[in-house]
Design a binder for this molecule. Structure first.
Ligand code: PHE
Length: 472
């Protein structure tokens, strides 16, 4: 059945929506923690290598698959894989491109709701206010306590019920997400991106300036923080953990291997460009990640706590820099309450424009494959999200488990399927033609080989190393 599908309203709207898709909690929360935990300048080398040899080529593949599907009235890998591979299992493998983002959005939205909660508490002055003490641990303790009390997470493995406010803010966040999706691709997602993206950049630049003008009581300044991230350090390159972390971060931040880029690309016109759009989205994302994301949490933490403490704070928890170190710093600088409010609001906007992207494949699946209306599709999704969110909210440790199995491992497997089905099972010549037609810039010919051999090769190596690292 061919139902008339939606389209993006304008090119700038599309690029902002795609940038909103990519720029998320990954850029401002996950990147600083990954970089600090993996040696700063040591992390950046594999990161850059994977960005070019893995991230960008797979991103272009996903854009091409999306444009291919959209031209045929379909916005998920379910139908796209079925077209490309005449095998009854193809569509079930394609269903991973609906399932993976759906599983991720279940916990992503929950974390996103904390940012709204923290933003609110910063504004009304409800966050702890610790005085500066010599010991970093004492300094962070109240914030750790606040996080545990609000989220119900407890490091001793005791299940705590999250605070009532947390639950309320979660419901508000879920409703905001569903409302945007209900408005649709161009009147909802695109419109929100047009407002949120400029605000994200303004807020991030403001915070960066504030951080760059900080000095610690014992004399550290922003150069110490930047040095940690940007002085190449070749000593850690023999450590496979650093490489795996870099690959994981490149996937997560570019939104590659989820199926979410595929769905966004399916709403362009059949003869629209994908090469420049893909590259533009990736460039904006990288600016937000390594420049802005790297400059706020890492630099601030290095100034106040030093490099060793920053690395150890990061290694102790994925949320420690964003939800503990930063508000603790803001509590001790002039107008800190305001900057804390801006920091969490920035995270919230970045989060929303990503969680709607994670949700859209499910909507596209219901609309395109079952001919359901948008209203019905959003309704079904809403019920599903509401019910399933109770898993990360109430089950201790569930968030981390889903993040590992789906948000780290699952998407590498799905990305491998995308590359192999397109370039090996379908036909590498036809795949390359599909990728390079009607574009505004030329994809360099070397990418043919990268897409056919190097990227899938890397993915296989990553999967093997992971099994060695993590499987019993
Ligand atoms: N790239 C987003 C981030 O950095 C996460 C995301 C993944 C969003 C996949 C949409 C799809 O937070």
């Amino acid at each position: 059945m061919i139902v008339k599908r939606e389209h993006w309203g304008s090119r700038i709207g599309l690029i902002l929506a795609v940038a909103g898709n990519a720029i998320g909690l990954g850029n401002f929360l996950r990147f600083p923690v990954q970089a600090a935990d993996n040696g700063g300048g040591a992390f950046m080398i594999p990161y850059m290598i994977f960005l070019i040899l893995l991230g960008i080529p797979l991103l272009w593949i996903e854009w091409a698959l999306g444009r291919f599907g959209g031209a045929r009235g379909h916005g998920t890998a379910v139908a796209v894989f079925d077209y490309l591979w005449k095998n009854p299992v193809a569509k079930y493998i394609g269903f991973l491109g609906v399932l993976i983002p759906l599983a991720v959005v279940v916990y992503y939205t929950y974390i996103e709701s904390w940012t709204l909660l923290y933003s609110f508490f910063s504004l009304v002055g409800g966050l702890p206010s610790t005085p500066l003490t010599a010991d970093v641990k004492d300094y962070l303790e109240p914030f750790k306590h606040f996080l545990i009390e609000k989220t119900g997470e407890n490091s001793e493995g005791i299940i705590l019920t999250p605070a009532v406010e947390t639950y309320i803010f979660f419901l508000i966040t879920l409703i905001i997400n569903l409302y945007i999706l209900y408005r649709g691709v161009s009147a909802g997602i695109e419109k929100v991106a047009k407002i949120a993206m400029p605000l994200i950049f303004i807020m991030a630049i403001l915070l960066m300036i504030r951080v760059f003008t900080l000095t610690s009581p014992d004399g550290r300044n922003f150069l110490d923080g930047l040095g940690f991230l940007w002085n190449p350090d070749f000593s850690a390159l023999t450590n496979p953990k650093v490489w795996l972390a870099a690959a994981g971060q490149v996937f997560f931040t570019l939104s590659v291997g989820f199926g979410a880029i595929l769905t966004y690309a399916s709403y362009i016109k059949p003869k629209d460009d994908i090469a420049l759009n893909g590259l533009a989205g990736a460039s904006v994302n990288e600016f937000a990640e390594v420049i802005l994301g790297g400059s706020i949490a890492i630099v601030a933490s290095v100034i106040f706590f030093g490099i060793t403490a920053t690395a150890s704070i990061a290694s102790e928890g994925a949320f420690n820099l964003g939800f503990m170190a930063l508000p603790a710093i803001f509590a001790n600088i002039p107008y800190g309450q305001f900057f804390s409010f801006i920091w969490f609001l920035l995270l919230f906007f970045a989060g929303v424009t990503s969680s709607i992207a994670l949700s859209q494949p499910a909507i596209a699946f219901l609309e395109d494959e079952f001919g359901l209306s948008r209203e019905k599709s959003v309704g079904i999704l809403g019920v599903f999200l509401f019910v399933s969110s109770h898993i990360p909210i109430f089950i201790k440790g569930a968030l981390g488990e889903i993040d590992f199995w789906v948000g780290t491992l699952g998407l590498v497997i799905f990305a491998l399927f995308e590359a192999v089905i397109f370039f090996w099972i379908y036909d590498s010549k036809k795949a390359w033609e599909e990728l390079t037609r009607d574009n505004d810039i030329k994809i360099p010919g070397v990418f043919y080989y990268i897409m056919k051999y190097i990227a899938p090769g890397f993915l296989v190596i990553i999967l093997i190393s992971w099994s060695i690292e993590f499987l019993p």
